[in-house]
Design a protein around this ligand. Structure first.
Ligand code: GLU
Length: 304
């Protein structure tokens, strides 16, 4: 299969559609990116890279970072983690406070903000320097030093942190938060403000297409059964309250972020990352979703 030719076709076809959305503006600094950027990268299980458009340009990975933090705690906490966070799709906006209140402080899943805050809290308990650990873990997965924290975006989010701070206080009120709130939020905003390119993201996600073994880190990151579970969570919860629609249209486990990126995997074949900043009303990149839909159609495979 000539992945390069396929992604070039997808790139042209998506551009021709002139899809429009809105760049995220609730983190003011995110809205300063050029909205027309668009890149696609595929990395196969031999490590070959196929790329088109802005696939080497770093962008704000935002919630895609939650897959890495979940991976870091998953095997450490085993079943204990699942008493603190559930594994059900939320069907609600990613920063919903109401749902956390009526479900008594147990977030629906690790990818909505409340769930990711619990994961970051667990990392803060475990590591003296959690942000440094997250950075070096992602670099290891990519097989090179490629991750940077954009301090301007981090500070911009910190200045508009009211909802995430409220979620953290709710978690604390329900005794589902162990550390100092400001300390955990600092780690959370740092990992959301990490920047990576499509190609480095696709490299970092490669272990999830490969039963938990990273060809770039040259070691088993997590067991095959844990990799399967992370993929199941991405498939059911990776796209905010559009996860069902994404499974229906694309059928790959993946995770989106409000920076306009999506990283996804076709198990036993490849990992893929697509980025374009304009989002639909659910917070997912309009071009990235369309590109992945065309890609799976053209390759005529998905999980289903
Ligand atoms: N840092 C963002 C927030 O907490 C992440 C949102 C996202 O990408 O889903 O609101």
């Amino acid at each position: 299969m000539d992945y390069q030719q396929v992604i070039e076709e997808v790139y042209e076809e998506v551009n021709a559609l002139q899809l429009k959305g809105k760049v995220a503006s609730y983190i003011p600094e995110l809205s300063s990116v050029d909205p027309n950027q668009f890149g696609i990268a595929i990395v196969d299980l031999a490590g070959n890279v196929y790329g088109v458009g802005d696939y080497q340009k770093p962008f704000s990975i935002q919630s895609i970072s939650k897959v890495f933090t979940l991976t870091m705690v998953f095997h450490k906490f085993k079943t204990k983690l699942w008493s603190r966070v559930n594994v059900e799709p939320s069907g609600n906006p990613f920063n919903s406070i109401a749902q956390l209140e009526y479900e008594k402080g147990i977030p629906r899943n690790p990818f909505i903000n409340a769930g990711a805050l619990v994961i970051t809290d667990a990392l803060t308990t475990k590591y003296a320097q959690p942000t440094t650990e997250i950075l070096s873990f992602i670099n290891e997965l990519s097989g090179k030093t490629c991750v940077e924290i954009n301090e301007v975006i981090k500070n911009s989010e910190m200045k508009h942190a009211d909802r995430n701070t409220a979620l953290a206080y709710f978690l604390k009120a329900y005794k589902n938060f162990d550390n100092d709130i400001a300390e955990v939020l600092d780690v959370y905003f740092a990992h959301c403000a990490m920047e990576m390119s499509c190609v480095d993201l696709a490299r970092a996600f490669s272990f999830l297409a490969n039963d938990g073994y990273s060809i770039f880190a040259q070691r088993e990151i997590i067991s095959e059964s844990y990799a399967r579970r992370i993929n199941a969570l991405m498939l059911t919860c990776g796209f905010y309250d559009e996860s069902g629609e994404f499974a229906f249209r694309v059928g790959l486990p993946g995770k989106s972020g409000v920076g306009g990126g999506i990283a996804a995997v076709m198990p036993h074949k490849f990992s893929v990352a697509v980025w374009s900043p304009e989002l639909n009303e659910k917070g997912n990149s309009v071009k990235a979703i369309k590109a992945l839909e065309l890609l799976t159609d053209k390759l005529s495979f998905s999980l289903f």
